[in-house]
Design a protein around this ligand. Structure first.
Ligand code: PRT
Ligand code: ZN
Length: 213
């Protein structure tokens, strides 16, 4: 049986199109993607799995997928056995702390004793302990920006790209915790035949990236 490299990408959302475009621009052609949960390239030994981005690091750790495309924010948050192989130059954003616009901010120390709502508890925990801040973390999975307005938290930590969402929720960005973009992750040790396929794909991806810059 032919060895296939299994690549997990986001099923739908902000990473989906960029991920699929990258594979197509690298010369891979697919019969169809979106409705199927799995599709095989016609002209390259690659199989694509469509998953929720949050699940991809675990699938890669468990070797259900060999490689995945996720945001660096997800890679860092999930703390799985994943290797960062390459940054991909799309889905750029930052993970930032924001507070109500009317409030004064005197540096990270102002977060002492506050309650922070976020979908990224591990990243926030590390950030706070690095700065010796004791603050409560309130984990919520979506609509984080409304938390201060409804009295659920004093501050939030969420992804920002244009800043429009913060603005329309009466918040201001006060700390950038990390910068993020789409990245390729892989299991720490790929079988040699799979590594060969990945190397060939990475070579093509590099050519695509060079042509764009
Ligand atoms: O269903 P699934 O779990 O797969 O998708 P999801 O809803 O978790 O993720 P999705 O599709 O929203 O985002 C996927 C990835 O895109 C994120 O993990 C980031 O790596 C990246 N990305 C880039 C962003 C943004 N930019 C972004 N702006 N993800 C989310 N946002 C949201 C942000 O959470 C906030 O609500 O957009 C809003 C802010 O945008 P601005 O432009 O108003 O600042
Ligand atoms: Zn998600």
């Amino acid at each position: 049986m032919e060895t296939l490299l299994r690549i997990a990408i986001q099923k739908s959302g902000r990473l989906q199109e960029g991920s699929l475009d990258l594979l197509k621009e690298s010369g891979l052609s697919f019969s169809n993607g979106k409705e199927q949960l799995k599709t095989q390239a016609r002209n390259f030994p690659v199989e694509v799995l469509f998953l929720r981005d949050d699940d991809i690091p675990q699938y890669v750790e468990d070797k259900v997928a060999d490689v995945g495309i996720v945001g660096e924010n997800i890679l860092l948050e999930k703390q799985k056995k994943n290797q960062l192989i390459r940054r991909l130059d799309f889905a750029k954003c930052r993970l930032s702390i924001a507070i109500p616009r009317a409030e004064n901010y005197g540096g990270v120390q102002s977060l002492q004793g506050k309650n922070i709502a976020t979908s990224y508890p591990n990243i926030v925990k590390n950030f706070l302990s690095k700065h010796n801040i004791n603050a409560g973390i309130h984990e919520i999975s979506g609509s984080v920006e409304i938390a201060p307005g409804i009295g659920l938290a004093d501050a939030i930590c969420d992804l920002v790209s244009t800043g429009g969402t913060l603005l329309s929720n009466g918040l201001k960005e006060v700390e950038v915790v990390m910068q993020s973009e789409a990245v390729i992750i892989a299991t720490p040790q790929l079988a040699p035949e799979k590594q060969q396929i990945l190397d060939k794909l990475l070579f093509r991806i590099e050519a695509v990236q060079k042509a764009k810059n």
